[in-house]
Design a protein around this ligand. Structure first.
Ligand code: URA
Length: 235
């Protein structure tokens, strides 16, 4: 039997446009295959990736997809947008319209964006309890001083949301550059944190999410399918 999510009979009523009685008959006549095996129970549980066939006709056969993209500045982290090119517009896969974004980057932020059609996988990366680290390279307008690391580590009060930010790691790389690691993704979080020091962010680039690092061979705007090892490193 397939793994959970929805009942097979409900799926067949909807997708095959049949009533419940007709579905029960189909099942009893052994005309339904689940992942290639005859299934006769109406309460069999299926999910988005279960292959479902009736009389040899495939009703569902979704393949899990995982893509990393090197997002350019000026491209919006959305699937549709009236004004700007979207990250989906940059992809060349025939299944691209089935993908959703695993977290967003601001319009003027570049770097690693992950896309998938597997919501369990994206939830692993975005659930706050999983504390997935996201690493950014930040270039500032003014010199960085020694105070920053302590303030980032302590967290900042964001009055609009009424929250304290979680401890963030701050490593000074040079006078104007730092590496910041966040476990969350509040609205414009990094820009607002540097804003407290009246130090505008002039460039922001995300280069990793959890165990996944932006492939150095990917030029700005390019994407590639994740390897099996990369995909399972998240589960
Ligand atoms: N923080 C920001 O300010 N912008 C981003 O895109 C990501 C983190």
């Amino acid at each position: 039997m397939a793994i959970c999510r929805a009942r097979l009979d409900r799926f067949l009523v909807k997708q095959a446009h049949l009533n419940k009685k007709a579905v029960r008959l189909l099942l009893a006549q052994q005309r339904v295959l689940i992942d290639g095996i005859v299934e006769t129970s109406a309460d069999c549980l299926i999910d988005y990736f279960t292959k479902i066939e009736v009389d040899g006709v495939v009703l569902q056969n979704n393949i899990p997809r995982y893509v990393m993209l090197h997002k350019p500045v000026g491209v919006v982290s959305a699937t549709v947008d009236d004004k700007h090119k979207t990250v989906i517009d940059l992809l060349n896969y025939d299944y691209k319209s089935a993908l959703h974004l695993v977290g967003r980057l601001d319009l003027n932020t570049s770097g690693l964006v992950l896309l998938t059609n597997d919501s369990r996988w994206s939830e692993r990366l975005t659930q706050p309890d999983n504390k997935v680290e996201k690493k950014y390279l930040v270039t500032l307008a003014n010199p960085i001083n020694e105070e920053y690391a302590k303030t980032f580590e302590q967290g900042m009060y964001f009055a609009f949301e009424g929250i304290m930010t979680k401890p963030a790691k701050f490593v000074k790389l040079s006078t104007y550059q730092a590496q910041v690691t966040l476990e969350e993704g509040r609205y414009h979080q990094i820009k607002r944190m540097f804003g407290r020091f009246r130090n505008p962010v002039v460039a922001l680039h995300r280069y990793s999410i959890g165990s996944l690092t932006l492939d150095k061979n990917l030029l700005v705007g390019q994407s590639r399918v994740l390897t099996t090892n990369e995909v399972v490193s998240i589960f």
